[in-house]
Design a protein around this ligand. Sequence first.
Ligand code: AMP
Ligand code: MG
Length: 517
Amino acid sequence: MLQFDNRLLRELPGDGDTRNHSRQVLGALWSPVMPTPVAAPALLAYSREMADLLGLDVADLASSKWVNALAGNAVLPGMATYATCYGGHQFGNWARQLGDGRAIFLGETINDAGQRFELQLKGAGPTPYSRRADGRAVLRSSIREFLCSEAMHHLGVPTTRALALVTTGEAVVRDMFYDGNPVEEPGAVVCRVAPSFIRFGHFELPASRGDEALLRQLVEFTMARDFPELPAAADERLLHWFVEICERTARLMVHWMRVGFVHGVMNTDNMSILGLTIDYGPYGWVDNFDPSWTPNTTDANGRRYCFGRQPDIARWNLERLAEALAVIAPDPQGLAQGLARYDATYSEEFRSAFAAKFGFATWREADAALIEEGFGLMHRAEVDMTLFFQNLAHMPGEKPDPIHLLEAFYSEELFDRHKDEFQAWLSRWAARVREDAEATESRLVRMNAVNPRYVLRNYLAQQAIDQAEQGDPGMIEQLLDVLRHPYDEQPGKEAFTAKRPEWARHKAGCSMLSCSS
Ligand code: AMP
Ligand code: MG
């Protein structure tokens, strides 16, 4: 039995309208709403680590009582169901009210260690925030969210988690590329878990409506519930809090750049106040290193959310949050300190992460140029990011040779064309590594701790999806298992480290994704 303590409902104003119809919700942060039951709930996958953390027995989770709850067909004692109200800037423009259009909370549970978690069903039917959409989610995007949340956790990247994935036995109609080709797809529901699902957009909406009282209430609530370590009521509390958000967001961006993750839709409604990766949609993993790569076809023209721009976009999003907080801040100018901390934290953390990725014991000023040139070469020669760092770690320092990087190349022609440049670069890299006078073994340990071997490559997720849609969920389990230890060598699992096969280069789901999910 989980213990529920639904503090958000208790402490923040709710919507008086209890009917489930699309509407503008004013003066309230949440609306009561029941999930819409589905035809045939079945448990497809679960995270045993997440179940453990909640104090939930795996046998319990697989019981029909829980499977029904995870599909939205039953509400267990202590749970409360609601959707929250937020706005957001989408692709740079203010989009006004958005809200949980297809996420329904099951309440907040507290585990034996006293940790609080919000539980949320994604895809459990319409809410007052669904606008004209159906509140549902398809299996493919639910598998992607389930696997990637857990993979990110095991990589050490702050993230919301996934407890379980259930299929609904119902079809959902989606036009995957918005090109007039709607098809029926299997539906699914993911149960997501996080200490808080509060987003930047939750603050932007009341600020944009001039509802200072509501904004103040939400700020006080978030500081008290989600940031208990902040100094007790002091004049500068709000500023301390904003600085903390900026630092966490900066650290998150360094993690994404370190592991090669591209979120794909960094709208302010998809930015977590806790600095977690949130809302896995058309995300992707960098195969051949390319800062301009975006997995999101909706973003293909502007490339606002491409790999290399993520740190700048996060800062832009923090500026929007600062504007919202300025409405009630005792010292609005002071919020600039937070943004300055963002810049400083990002560059400090980037240096330490990338010094480790390249195998340097500490960061030196001159390393910036060497790393930049390395990135330029990797980009021009279409080198696989993950395999590059794996192979670099094992480069013989006395006699570096680009041939040891061959596995990371997608094209032999590009290897031949660029091998002399790589030779020159590797000689400088090796000289730099020798300056540290460090044993190879300890350098390897450091590099292996930050350079993942196993990431959720886009084509791997797609293979798991294709098989699950054909009725075989086995690969979901295999991926979940291999991604539990992303930095370790796993004998027999080498196939999961393979670079993107040629068939996946331009295939839907592998390199091209959309928000239609
Ligand atoms: P996203 O791009 O997934 O972050 O979603 C942006 C907004 O659209 C959020 O308010 C979502 O809740 C809403 N939304 C996305 N898909 C659906 C859907 N199928 N039904 C209802 N609302 C949706
Ligand atoms: Mg979203």
